[in-house]
Design a protein around this ligand. Structure first.
Ligand code: FAD
Ligand code: PYC
Length: 414
């Protein structure tokens, strides 16, 4: 694999950039693998990478029905933070931030992780209590969240209109939080996994999960049957479709979640601003576009679109908080299908079918967890037992009642 560096850029400039290597191969599927991963989003590709890197398992295929990162991985608004309420989730997401901090160097791929801070606005006494509770819980766990009052907020974000329809009282800021480049994450993991010997098979939907009694034996795909000792499903909004194929019911609902971006403008916003109360959030990409997100559409469905009233209420809220953007034109709008679990936490688990594993339920917040999700899922699949970080996130919590309620901390997108 060609190492990316200033020297490779110069060398390739000499040949008019016509000699860059392909980043990964496109092999035909073999008849059998040790592990088949269903879903070539960030989580599936990261799982393949950590299976190879941490467990030496390289006889692996990632089977993707579309193209890499065409699911939620490249449809999301890229917020990375660890400001969750409960110990179990804060520990998981904070371990994720540590992986993000070294990811570009580790993958030799610029994932543009930018720790520009994420602020959650407070508009009422209720918001204040929620945010303070979460902030104190975070600080006890060593997570860097601080409260900014109105004056401090105005200094941080001069263009924020504090006296909008729901006046802003202040906000909780995590400075280590930020954004990353979504498709680069998928591509960086794909390139590194391919290098380790993983076969990445695109345009190949899984149509069935094959089993012999209570043992998984492989997957039936558009390109034929592929045998596997283990099948690891990481299919986000399509998870329950795959679970049905194996005769398993999972406590998930699939909802559209949408986002929109504006035309590029000069840099005016250097932090991410979220408001739980008005269900809107905004950041500015390195390219200059305003990246705007909304609350999830309340109906279930698989259409990657979303409803007009959500766009309208989101844009209204953004313009009230940032009147300076009132004449900016929006360029594109889209939806992704998110897999919402009852406690807004992921499910990273073995199943009653031996050799079959699911990693799902990340809902509106899984981009930030891509590295850590891949790392702990690879551990679960390789060793047939959870990593300490994902042990609390098994399926059994829905029968024991040990739910980890992160509905509030899941933030604006709910
Ligand atoms: P995906 O990238 O969706 O990958 C799953 C893959 O499985 C897809 O590529 C799909 O094609 C494939 N697949 C499905 N069925 C099959 C099949 N039968 N056969 C083969 N392949 C199949 N999270 C954050 O942390 N921060 C945010 O700011 C944020 N914003 C968001 C904004 C929006 C608009 C959306 C939609 C989501 C947002 N999220 C955010 C959530 C985040 O995007 C997801 O949790 C995360 O990307 C899930 O990654 P994944 O790899 O599991 O899923
Ligand atoms: O998890 O922080 C988050 C988030 C913001 C928008 C969508 N998800």
């Amino acid at each position: 694999m060609m190492k990316y560096s200033i020297f490779s850029i110069v060398r390739n400039a000499m040949s008019y950039h016509e000699r860059w290597e392909r980043q990964w191969r496109s092999p035909d599927p073999r008849s059998e693998y040790d592990v088949v991963i269903v879903g070539g989003g960030g989580h599936g590709l990261a799982t393949a990478y950590y299976l190879a890197k941490n467990h030496g398992i390289t006889n692996v295929a990632v089977v993707e029905k579309g193209w890499l990162g065409g699911g939620n991985t490249a449809r999301n608004t890229t917020i990375v933070r660890s400001s969750y309420l409960w110990e179990e989730s804060a520990a998981l997401y904070d371990a994720g931030i540590k992986l993000w901090e070294n990811l570009s160097a580790e993958l030799n791929y610029n994932v543009m992780f930018s720790q520009r801070g994420v602020v959650s606005l407070v508009h009422s006494q209720k918001d204040f209590r929620d945010v303070q509770r979460r902030m104190h819980a975070n600080r006890l766990l060593g997570i860097d969240v601080e409260y900014l009052d109105r004056e401090a907020l105005k200094r941080e974000i001069p263009i924020l209109n504090l006296d909008c329809r729901f006046p802003v009282w202040g906000g909780a800021m995590q400075r280590k939080a930020g954004v990353a480049r979504h498709d680069a994450v998928a591509w960086g993991y794909a390139r590194a996994a391919d290098r380790a010997g993983v076969d990445i098979i695109q345009n190949c939907a899984v149509l069935g999960i094959e089993r012999n009694g209570d043992q998984v034996t492989g997957v039936r795909t558009e390109k034929g049957t592929i045998k596997a000792r283990k099948v690891a499903v990481v299919a986000a909004g399509n998870t329950t479709v795959l679970a049905d194929m194996a005769g398993i019911r999972l406590p998930l609902e699939s909802h559209p979640l949408q986002a929109l971006v504006s035309e590029p403008i000069k840099p005016v916003l250097d932090t991410v601003v979220m408001s739980n109360a008005v269900h809107a959030y905004i950041s500015q990409s390195d390219k200059g576009d305003l990246v705007i997100g909304a609350g999830a559409d309340q109906y279930v469905g698989y259409g990657q679109r979303g409803s007009f009233q959500t766009i309208e209420s989101t844009v209204t809220a953004i313009v009230e908080m940032f009147p300076v953007f009132s004449r900016v034109r929006m360029n594109r709008q889209w939806g992704g299908i998110v897999d919402l679990s009852p406690d807004s936490c992921p499910i990273i688990t073995k199943t009653p079918v031996k050799g079959l594993y699911f990693n799902c339920g990340w809902g509106t917040g899984g981009f930030k967890a891509t590295p850590v999700s891949g790392m702990v899922f690879a551990h679960t699949v390789a060793l047939d037992r959870p990593h300490g970080l994902n042990a609390p996130f098994g399926l059994d919590r829905f029968t024991t009642g040990r739910l980890i309620d992160e509905y509030g901390a899941a933030n604006v997108a709910h």
